[in-house]
Design a protein around this ligand. Structure first.
Ligand SMILES: Cc1cc2nc3c(=O)[nH]c(=O)nc-3n(C[C@H](O)[C@H](O)[C@H](O)COP(=O)(O)OP(=O)(O)OC[C@H]3O[C@@H](n4cnc5c(N)ncnc54)[C@H](O)[C@@H]3O)c2cc1C
Length: 421
């Protein structure tokens, strides 16, 4: 079959992974992004076993593991010091499994470098897509201040949750979070291998996630985050930084050293999230993947991982289907159940950690926390956190990552003094 010409809108994890997988099939791929120079926005994220399984297929898992920080468990402690969330990856029963905290820039750099090395991919920055048209010749992209593109056999919408191609209301959540990437220093009071969170009911949450070493930086960092309602952002912006720090320290006194590294408000980015699912991710010569198809609060840390699974599924669908329409429908069908499941689970869990409710955090602390330590809830909790709940890998022909091999490769790289940056 002649190679397809494919336009991908968006150079995030979904777009870059899809470009790599499709170009390796021999398709001709053009990525269009509105950014002026390639680069991600934001701080850290968690790579789960699901996302790592796709990165392993791309031959990029070793590099991502070397740049990130191994995370062995998620630990949440409420304001009186009681542990109300303890989710170790060992409860998965998957030998050597762990999560990976990583700066977005590190993940982006690994994917972008691979895309730049790969024949058949061109990247077009400064191309903000405003729409598209479709006729017998193919689908063209429309840009803000340029002529429309040549026609493509297929357009992949990987433009994130603000996608223009889903006209439905975006379902923006009331809570967002302030994020900062901060250097670690010797003597910091963090475990280093945990995603640590502190809660005051569900109205306040602070978190620290180790995220490894960014390209061009020699120092390992952590992502610090502080839950904030969008309506309260103007008041926060008008409050002296030290007053806000004092509020954070009342919840988590050990953060004093870390907060001292925040000297200006510019170090903090306020991120908002939307909970939405595109009702129809497949259209004529078009498919939505990643956040453009489904997005949710990052409470379960799944978005980038789901995006990587979608990209993999798209490549599988294109390889297997007989007509373009069948290829796209297959790709969406292999992901639909897992997407549906996680959208619901995230919707149920998010208010336990981010809401004004007094009842839900009480249920979380008094009922769910003790229950989660018992069999089989501990295993289910680990499955939920790792993205493996609902068995998403088997229908895609994927297997869990080889953690022993990844650890050995990291040890060898460390021993040979290979740079992490
Ligand atoms: C604070 C925060 C923390 C998170 N933590 C985690 C986590 O721990 N684990 C996890 O898995 N996920 C996490 N997520 C979610 C994760 O970031 C997203 O799910 C993931 O980035 C989605 O990837 P994507 O490629 O689909 O979209 P995006 O990463 O949003 O990329 C979209 C790309 O499209 C481009 N674009 C947008 N519109 C246009 C247009 N009109 N024309 C051209 N280009 C366009 C953008 O510039 C961007 O490069 C978090 C999200 C946030 C906000």
């Amino acid at each position: 079959m002649a190679p397809l010409t494919i336009a991908i809108i968006g150079c995030g994890p979904a777009g870059l992974a899809a470009a790599l997988l499709l170009a390796r099939q021999g398709q001709r791929v053009a990525i269009f992004d509105r950014f002026i120079a390639p680069g991600p926005v934001g701080s850290g994220l968690m790579i789960q076993p699901t996302g790592l399984a796709v990165l392993a297929q791309l031959g990029l898992a070793n590099e991502v593991v070397r740049r990130g920080a191994r995370i062995d468990a998620l630990q949440g402690i409420e304001e009186h010091g009681k542990t109300v969330l303890d989710a170790p990856y060992t409860a998965l029963g998957l030998a050597g499994a762990y999560g990976l905290g990583i700066h977005r820039a590190s993940l982006f750099a690994v994917l972008l470098a691979a895309a730049e090395r790969q024949d058949g991919i061109t990247i077009h920055p400064d191309h903000a897509v405003t729409g598209s048209t479709c006729d017998a010749g193919g689908r063209r992209l429309i840009f803000a201040a340029r002529d429309p593109s040549a026609p493509f056999d297929l357009v992949v919408d990987a433009s994130g949750w603000r996608t223009l191609f889903d006209p439905a209301p975006k379902g923006v959540l009331p809570f967002g979070a302030l994020w900062a990437s901060l250097p670690t220093l010797p003597g910091d009071p963090f475990a280093g291998n945990l995603l640590e969170q502190r809660y005051r009911r569900a109205a306040q949450m602070a978190g620290v996630l180790p995220i490894g070493t960014r390209p061009d930086l020699g120092t390992p960092e952590v992502a610090f985050f502080w839950s904030l309602k969008a309506d309260d952002y103007p008041a926060w912006a008008a409050t002296p930084l030290d007053d806000w720090k004092a509020e954070v320290l009342r919840l988590w006194p050990d953060l004093a050293g870390l907060l001292a590294r925040i000297t200006t408000r510019d170090q903090l980015t306020f991120a908002r999230y939307a909970h939405r699912t595109h009702p129809c991710p497949v259209g004529e010569r078009m498919i939505a993947i990643g956040d453009a198809w489904h997005s949710a609060s990052p409470q379960l840390g799944q978005g980038a991982n789901m995006a990587l699974l979608d990209a993999w599924s798209l490549a599988q669908g294109l390889a297997e289907g007989r007509t373009l329409d069948e290829k796209l429908r297959l790709a969406a069908s292999w992901r639909r159940d897992h997407v549906w499941l996680y959208q619901w689970v995230t919707k149920l869990f998010t208010p336990l950690y981010q809401s004004d409710s007094r009842v839900l955090p009480m249920l979380r602390d008094r009922l769910l926390a003790p229950l989660s330590r018992r069999w089989p809830a501990a295993g289910v909790q680990a499955q939920l956190m790792s993205g493996l709940f609902g068995f998403p890998l088997a229908p895609l022909g994927l297997t869990p990552p080889d953690y022993a091999g990844l650890s050995a490769s990291r040890i060898n790289a460390d021993a040979s003094g290979e740079s992490h940056s």
